[in-house]
Write a protein that binds this ligand. Structure first.
Ligand code: PLP
Length: 506
């Protein structure tokens, strides 16, 4: 393709993208293809001769589009959102138009310098303390691929700090005594980090009464137990906004316990909920003060609720030296005069790989395009829509809230009229059910309920299990969701719940 052919194909691509977004709402949310659908449709070999791009673009429509799940669809309520924006698309387009692997400042100074600046913008947007800002010189932030990578990076830094602190006093710190602490509600990133690093992991229990949040006393008891037998917890991965229920671990209590164990690194995984810190009114419930006072690292994903197209996970650390000591491997061919002088950031030492994408560009475009107020308006709109959903749910005779709604996430289940409705009722009832057959029965009923919802083309929604209770998650946050979409989704959900409850009574 020459530059004029690219110009033509590029204009056509933008037209195509615009048409995609204007017609998205009328498409089914999820793909209906069956596993293996693609292989019979495509040749088994690449073409011998290059093909005209118009043919390739037409094949994209024909073969790829039917296999896409539309995460940007306004009726996408599954998992957590991946709220994208046109500013984000343009950021990726510009970034890929001048590709470079950005590992050292000198690879493309603008890429490193913009990243340091927009990470500080983002930190200020979320209310993170100056100790986490790049400008302070001791802490700082870098863009990572995902929250899983961010957690792994944090664990590597934490291990480095722990081992180097203990190497003089305790020559016996064998790596196999190190333990990563998570809770039973932590995202799989905790188990994955442990597996990758070959370390032990302990999942602390959380209870229904505590709304699935880690409490200080549970942490203290586990620490005392492990330390007594020579195990060495070195990092706690606490969550602000768990995947299953949006629970927020009790950070003030955790802070108080960890004050007695300063060698333990506190990583906060706020992959989804951290974005809501842009709104000052959420900061108390998300324990921002404790984050600022006690966290060693903090991660949130702008590619979830934060309008930046996947991928853009932001990770801040309080002590950048610990991080770079853990990850800095500098063979001669990577040395530069600027790097040696210490006057620049070489971001290769802040993440797992060497090369890195120019992700800061899309974050910059989004933060400028929306402004703080526009960004806050997007988050507030999601929370407001979730309140609407909850108001509808509170009046339903066949749906029951499992735990109080968290920001823009609601977790509920189908429950026959005899099961008490409402928050307090649900939690007490769930505890009672655990003693008898009722839970098994309701879980089976809800598995059928979810199976019905999963077959619906007009919305996407996901399931979870909370301490043995099968439930359904409804997560709002796609950029184009309006009240009409939420109301329509509620009607579908209630209709399926009625059907399944009726079937159950027959
Ligand atoms: N942490 C939480 C709380 C999540 O909900 C998720 C994904 O939904 C993740 C981490 C994983 O995010 P990533 O795909 O960026 O690793």
């Amino acid at each position: 393709m020459d530059v004029e052919q690219f110009r033509k194909a590029g204009y056509a691509a933008i037209d195509r993208i615009c048409d995609y977004y204007t017609t998205l709402q009328s498409q089914p949310v999820s793909s209906s293809v069956q596993p293996g659908y693609l292989a019979p449709l495509l040749p088994t070999q690449p073409p011998t001769q290059g093909e005209d791009f118009s043919i390739i673009a037409a094949d994209y429509d024909k073969y790829i589009m039917p296999g896409l799940t539309h995460w940007q669809h306004p009726s996408f309520f599954a998992y957590f959102p991946t709220a994208a924006s046109f500013e984000g698309i343009l950021g990726d387009l510009y970034a890929t138009a001048a590709p470079h692997p950005g590992f050292n400042w000198s690879c493309s100074p603008a890429s490193t310098e913009l990243e340091a600046i927009v990470m500080d913008w983002a930190a200020k947007l979320l209310g993170l303390a100056p100790a986490f800002h790049n400008a302070c010189g001791t802490g700082g932030g870098a863009l990572q691929t995902t929250a899983s990578d961010s957690a792994l990076v944090a664990a590597v830094a934490a291990r480095e700090r722990f081992v180097s602190t203990h190497s003089e006093s305790d020559a016996q710190t064998p790596l196999n005594s190190l333990v990563i602490y998570v809770t039973t509600q932590t995202h799989s990133l905790g188990l994955k980090a442990a597996r990758v690093l070959g370390l032990q992991v302990r999942a602390l229990e959380v209870t229904t009464e505590d709304r699935y949040a880690l409490r200080g006393e549970t942490l203290r008891a586990a620490l005392e137990e492990d330390l007594a037998v020579g195990r060495k917890p070195f990092i706690l991965m606490a969550t602000v906004g768990t995947t299953s229920s949006g629970a927020v671990d009790n950070l003030p209590e955790i802070q108080a316990v960890l004050a007695d164990y300063p060698e333990i690194w506190l990583h906060i995984d706020a992959a989804w909920a951290g974005i809501a810190l842009c709104c000052p009114e959420t900061r108390d419930e998300l324990y921002l003060d404790a984050i600022n006072a006690a966290a060693d690292s903090f991660c949130t994903n702008f590619h979830k609720w934060g309008l930046v197209n996947f991928d853009a996970s932001t990770l801040w650390v309080r002590d950048r030296l610990t991080l770079t000591r853990a990850l800095d491997i500098t063979p001669p061919f990577l040395r530069t005069a600027h790097g040696d002088s210490g006057a620049v950031i070489d971001y290769r030492n802040w993440h797992l790989a060497l090369g890195r994408r120019f992700r800061s560009l899309k974050l910059w475009f989004v933060l400028r395009g929306f402004g703080v107020q526009g960004f806050q308006a997007h988050v507030r709109a999601g929370i407001k829509l979730n309140n609407t959903f909850n108001a509808l749910l509170a009046n339903s005779e066949v749906l029951q809230l499992i735990t109080p709604p968290s920001l823009a996430l609601t977790v509920f289940r189908a429950a026959p009229k005899s099961t008490p409705n409402g928050r307090a009722g649900a939690e007490a009832e769930i505890e009672k059910e655990k003693d008898g057959n009722e839970l098994t029965h309701l879980n089976a009923l809800n598995a059928s309920f979810f199976a019905r919802l999963a077959r619906r083309p007009d919305l996407a929604i996901t399931q979870t299990v909370l301490n043995g209770v099968f439930c359904v998650r409804f997560a709002i946050g796609a950029a184009r969701t309006t009240e009409a979409h939420v109301r329509a989704a509620f009607e579908v959900i209630e209709e399926e719940a009625r059907a399944v409850v009726k079937e159950d009574l027959e």
